[in-house]
Design a protein around this ligand. Structure first.
Ligand code: NDP
Length: 236
């Protein structure tokens, strides 16, 4: 993979899948910056290890996030990875927590994508990390998360039409259970998740990063407005 001198921004890159994406692009010669909100130490360690630049920006703060996207640009590649999970009975869930989830998982990727595209040249790539839960939700308690990941599908289809004439693509990567802090492979729900998978194990953040890199690479210029699922058959 060769991304020498490409300007890459990973929104939400301090841990998990985002950190794997930062490491892969940095290893491939890109000039990477990434944002984080709370995990300062993880962000600093990752920056020191990869040479990437860490910027503290809360994705839920629209104006701050858009300013960070502008300052990191003009970008060749923008990957929006930040996401939060709120689980529980919708009748008792804190509505503020649900609204925060929508801020981070829906409003932020929309505004970041539009802001990144504003200054992108032909060949620009926008990739947003969704979830197989945008397609399938076999468990109770995750309706807000599922709605946020389904929303990304409509966003990608629409923005593909808006930016296609400028040679800019936008795609959604939809992981299934992936071993991170959000969803540890040895967590208490792991067995339940594996029971609906064709390949009964968590995937790795590195595998998701490689799919992202393919979509950002030279052979993917004709792929846009599409969902790319990497889920061990969770949704099969
Ligand atoms: P983690 O919880 O391990 O990491 C989440 C990352 O998002 C962290 O770097 C975190 O940074 C960042 N982030 C969260 N909120 C904000 C915010 N307000 N502003 C900026 N950054 C933020 O999650 P994963 O790596 O597992 O998930 C990454 C993406 O993949 C998410 O969109 C998630 O929905 C999706 N996904 C994950 C799956 C899984 O099984 N793990 C399955 C399907 C999809 P910080 O700690 O600094 O706030």
């Amino acid at each position: 993979m060769d991304f020498v001198d490409k300007r890459v921004l990973v929104v939400g890159g301090s841990r998990g899948i985002g950190a794997a994406i930062v490491a892969l692009f940095a290893d491939s010669g890109a000039r990477v910056s990434f944002t984080y909100s709370g995990s300062r130490e993880a962000a600093q360690n990752l920056a020191a290890k990869t040479g990437a630049t860490a910027v503290q920006t809360d994705a839920a703060d629209r104006d701050a996030m858009m300013a960070t996207v502008r300052e990191a640009g003009p970008l060749d590649i923008m990957i929006f990875n930040a996401g939060v999970l709120v689980a529980g009975d919708p009748l008792t869930l804190d509505p503020d927590a649900v609204d925060h989830l929508i801020d981070v998982n829906v409003r932020a990727p929309y505004h970041a994508s539009v802001e990144a595209a504003r200054a992108m040249k032909e060949g620009g790539r926008i990739i947003v990390i969704g979830s197989v839960n945008g397609d399938r939700m076999p468990f109770p308690g995750l309706a807000a998360y599922a709605l946020s990941k389904s929303a990304l599908q409509g966003m990608a289809r629409g923005l593909a039409r808006d930016f296609g004439p400028r040679g800019i693509t936008i795609n959604i990567v939809q992981p299934g259970p992936t071993d991170t802090d959000m969803n540890p492979a040895d967590g208490e729900l792991a067995e339940q998740m594996h029971s609906v998978m064709a390949i009964k194990r968590h995937g790795t953040a590195q595998d998701v990063a490689h799919l992202t890199a393919y979509l950002a690479g030279p052979h993917a210029s004709g792929i846009t407005g599409a969902m790319h699922t990497i889920d061990g058959g969770f949704g099969a």
